[in-house]
Design a protein around this ligand. Structure first.
Ligand code: RTP
Ligand code: MG
Length: 147
């Protein structure tokens, strides 16, 4: 069973899309095992996006992620990382297919609603960066056998 870190970015929170995004993930059959609405410090944003620290858009990206509350989550399920990335859609608005979250709701490469871990290594790193171990639960959903 794989875990992934998913975050509704400040634009998604402001636009009232938390419920829609949680609904899509729940409908897919993934299981929510951790969640919190929170403000993001510059330090946390810089650590989270450390791999992009040399990119020209880094400053804008950190400004954006720290601009308002985000909804941070941990979801689990078979192939949760790849499935979540498919549901999110591509980074560039012109490549994000209709039916995906970005394809349906985002027109901007910066204001793109949602973050999801892109590899098992990054999922592990991001979950431990955003959550303390005790805030990620371990419990069985009996409906799992049906999906
Ligand atoms: P994320 O990490 O937020 O889930 O997005 P991603 O994997 O689809 O894209 P990534 O390459 O990791 O880039 C991280 C975020 O940086 C912003 N970005 N801006 N101006 C640009 O060319 C540019 N490229 C990327 C996006 O907000 C992207 O989500
Ligand atoms: Mg990324």
């Amino acid at each position: 069973m794989q875990k992934t870190f998913i975050m509704v970015k400040p634009d998604g929170v402001q636009r009232g899309l938390i419920g829609e995004i949680v609904r899509r993930f729940e409908s897919k059959g993934l299981q929510l095992v951790g969640a919190k609405l929170m403000n993001v410090s510059r330090e946390l944003a810089e650590q989270h996006y450390a791999e992009h620290s040399e990119k020209p858009f880094f400053g804008e990206l950190v400004d954006f992620i720290t601009s308002g509350p985000v909804f941070a989550m941990v979801w689990q399920g078979n192939d949760a990382i790849a499935i979540s990335r498919l549901m999110m859609g591509k980074t560039k608005p012109v490549d994000a297919a209709p039916g995906t979250i970005r394809g349906d709701y985002a027109l901007s490469v910066t204001n793109n609603i949602i973050h999801g871990s892109d590899s098992p290594e990054n999922a592990e790193r991001e979950i431990s960066l955003w959550f303390t171990a005790g805030d990620v639960l371990s419990f069985e959903k009996t409906i799992n056998r049906w999906v």
